[in-house]
Design a protein around this ligand. Structure first.
Ligand SMILES: Nc1ncnc2c1ncn2[C@@H]1O[C@H](COP(=O)(O)OP(=O)(O)OP(=O)(O)O)[C@@H](O)[C@H]1O
Ligand SMILES: [Mg+2]
Length: 284
């Protein structure tokens, strides 16, 4: 809507997990390398955690877009109420396994022979379970059983578990000790630091074809940081609202006061006072 006013080819602050927009902040770059290495080297179990809106899904998509061609990927996203057999069904559907299967054992047998066939064809298979904090302990334990699928020398299935910090708490449960011990590589996405705000905003604006300095006036970055505490989704959400407000008033570059005003309005609308700002509240 406001794109042409700011010389943008497309919206710079859409909330989609589009990997084209991913800025390699320190934590995102480390996470990328860890996951990429873990998948390509067939490390088995990998874990990616981070707060709400930290960039987990976007990072996963960026990794999956870069892995070698000889990789099959199964991305299971909607884990909300999936337990046991449901999860198996979701995984089987993603990998293109044909049923019907009468029991979990049938699924495992079919999965095992599918994975062996792929291995012989030189193909690595990756299963990504996003939002894994939704899985209950029993289902997580079943995911561990999938990680037992291996030959004498290789893991047949690389499993990437992603989720909010509650996932770490779940994995700390003594019942999941065996799973915990199998995690070969893990990374926690931290919020961005204050000095990363301008690069983040500039990168997204640049991908959309524009220039940071022509859109935001000096000092705006510190307001973005105070509002978001470095949570990427909250930064993008505020930026989008600010751009819209500036467009309707036909103001560019955008002055600090305008960013402050929007940030304050948004904090109030979310029921967060300026003192409680932080990534805890997510508007999606
Ligand atoms: N490093 C980054 N560079 C550019 N954009 C980013 C970065 N990290 C996150 N974002 C953007 O922030 C928004 C939220 O990211 P994403 O949906 O990946 O977060 P999430 O951690 O999966 O959130 P949730 O906990 O709700 O699942 C997306 O629009 C994403 O593109
Ligand atoms: Mg996500």
């Amino acid at each position: 809507m406001y794109e042409s006013y700011f010389d943008l080819r497309e919206p710079a602050f859409s909330l989609n997990p589009d990997p084209r927009f991913l800025w390699p902040s320190e934590t995102h770059e480390e996470g990328f390398s860890a996951l990429y290495y873990g998948v390509v080297r067939r490390k088995g179990f990998l874990l990616l955690t981070g707060g709400i809106g930290a960039g987990k899904t976007t990072l996963l998509r960026a990794v999956l877009a870069k892995v070698p061609e000889e990789t099959d990927t199964a991305l299971v996203m909607n884990t909300a109420d999936a337990s046991g057999l449901d999860l198996m069904k979701l995984i089987a559907a993603e990998l293109g396994l044909r049923g019907p299967f009468d029991s979990k054992v049938d699924y495992i047998i079919a999965l095992n022979s599918h994975l062996l066939e792929r291995l012989h064809a030189g193909i690595n298979t990756v299963l990504v379970i996003d939002e894994a904090q939704n899985l209950d302990l029993a289902t997580l334990e079943e995911v561990r059983l999938l990680s037992n699928l291996e030959t004498d020398s290789e893991k047949l299935l690389q499993i990437v578990l992603t989720g909010q910090p509650e996932l770490r708490e779940k994995l700390a449960d003594p019942k999941l000790r065996q799973l915990r011990q199998r995690i070969a590589i893990e990374h926690h996405l931290e919020p961005l630091g204050p000095s990363e705000l301008i690069p983040y905003l500039s990168h997204r604006i640049g991908i959309a074809g524009g220039q940071y300095d022509e859109i935001f006036g000096a000092g705006c970055d510190s307001v973005f940081f105070a509002y978001s505490q470095g949570c990427p989704r909250l930064i993008s959400l505020l930026a989008d609202r600010v751009l819209l407000a500036a467009y309707s008033k036909q103001v560019r570059p955008i002055p600090v006061a305008m960013v402050e005003k929007k940030a304050k309005e948004m904090l109030e609308a979310q029921g967060r006072g300026p003192d409680e700002s932080g990534p805890g509240t997510s508007e999606n």
